[in-house]
Write a protein that binds this ligand. Structure first.
Ligand SMILES: [Zn+2]
Ligand SMILES: [Zn+2]
Ligand SMILES: [Zn+2]
Length: 86
């Protein structure tokens, strides 16, 4: 595995039921991504607001996991590599 950021994985518990920023503004999203450092829930890059990626740029929290049912993959924004996390 070529990701050196696994120590940033500190939670697997979403702290919201949907994209936090979209819920505030009433916007819609396509898919949800969970920040594995702080539990932030943000929308994916197919969503118009791309809040998961914006959260990475704002916080530098590197690793997200898909919250879609049946999907378990994770992604490191820094290394741009897919991960399989427990
Ligand atoms: Zn990494
Ligand atoms: Zn975060
Ligand atoms: Zn959003």
């Amino acid at each position: 595995m070529s990701c050196t950021h696994l120590d940033a994985v500190q939670t697997n518990r979403p702290r919201a039921k949907g994209c936090e920023e979209c819920l505030k503004t009433g916007d819609e999203w396509v898919h949800l991504r969970l920040c594995r450092t702080c539990g932030h829930v943000g929308c994916c890059d197919d969503s118009k607001n791309k809040h998961a990626t914006k959260h990475f740029h704002q916080t530098k929290h590197p690793i997200i996991t898909s919250l879609e049912p049946g999907e378990g993959w994770s992604w490191c924004y820094v290394d741009e590599v897919a991960l399989e996390l427990a």
